[in-house]
Design a protein around this ligand. Structure first.
Ligand SMILES: C[S@@+](CC[C@H](N)C(=O)[O-])C[C@H]1O[C@@H](n2cnc3c(N)ncnc32)[C@H](O)[C@@H]1O
Length: 238
């Protein structure tokens, strides 16, 4: 899953990374920003934030940091909400890679987000770079209501206490490329980390993914997908 990566532009103008050997992208080529906003922010965070004012969130695959960044900005816009964000990444981006991503500019052009920053462009760049430059393995308070911890390890080796996570962004590479990350064993582990009523959102609605989620105890719901994708999945710990 490592190897050479190139930065490309997706259809909504936002950048993403492509793994050359696997012909696999970090996001949808139909729109990286639009995909993250639709799947993880709207169908995951916004949905769950309607039920709680404190969210413990785990993301599989920090990668470009786009999901973490959008979540941080969501917290900035919703100060009544407290988010504790934990993420894992086995192959972190190099500085020359994350500095070329255009997410701060893209986000600064969205009026809702723009209004949340004192000096839009500088503020957005600083917050994005912070996510990449903070040390691994130690909790950092990036906002009064947003704490952030990233672990540089393999998800397969990661352990957490059971029943402490409210929301999981499951953003591994595709089941064809990384079948070991979409297995029943893997989802059983994640199921154990969730609180009752907690949810997992992911972009893959493949039959084997939904079956593995069900076999792990989740209630699985298909939701409409973003551009170029018919369905996504929101799975609930009953
Ligand atoms: C589909 S990309 C998504 C990344 C990220 N959510 C983003 O928005 O850029 C999957 C990410 O998982 C990471 N990854 C792959 N295998 C992993 C593993 N076994 N454990 C932890 N991270 C892994 C990859 O390096 C990549 O950054």
């Amino acid at each position: 899953m490592n190897g050479s990566r190139e930065i490309i532009l997706s259809a909504d103008g936002s950048s993403t990374l492509k793994l050359k050997e696997f012909d696999e992208c970090f996001h949808s080529i139909n729109g990286a920003l639009a995909e993250s906003l639709h799947i993880f922010i709207s169908s995951g965070l916004e949905f769950y934030a309607g039920q709680r004012d404190k969210i413990s969130l785990f993301e599989m695959g920090f990668g470009t940091g786009l999901n973490a960044y959008l979540t941080l900005l969501f917290a900035k816009l919703h100060p009544w909400l407290t988010i504790n964000y934990i993420t894992v990444e086995k192959f972190p981006l190099k500085e020359f890679e994350y500095r070329k991503l255009n997410y701060p500019d893209m986000v600064a052009s969205i009026p809702e987000y723009r209004s949340s920053a004192e000096n839009a462009t500088e503020d957005f760049v600083r917050l994005f770079n912070n996510l990449h430059e903070l040390p691994w393995g130690s909790e950092q308070n990036l906002l009064p209501n947003f704490s952030f911890t990233k672990f540089q390890t393999d998800l397969l080796d990661m352990e957490m206490k059971s029943g402490i996570v409210d929301l999981i962004y499951y953003d591994a590479f595709s089941p064809n490329t990384q079948p070991e990350l979409w297995s029943t064993d893997q989802f059983k582990k994640l199921f154990g980390w969730l609180v009752p009523g907690g949810i997992l959102v992911t972009y893959s609605s493949k039959g084997i993914v939904k079956q593995a989620l069900r076999d792990s105890g989740f209630l699985v719901k298909r939701l409409p997908g973003p551009a170029g994708k018919k369905h996504i999945v929101r799975a609930t710990h009953p």
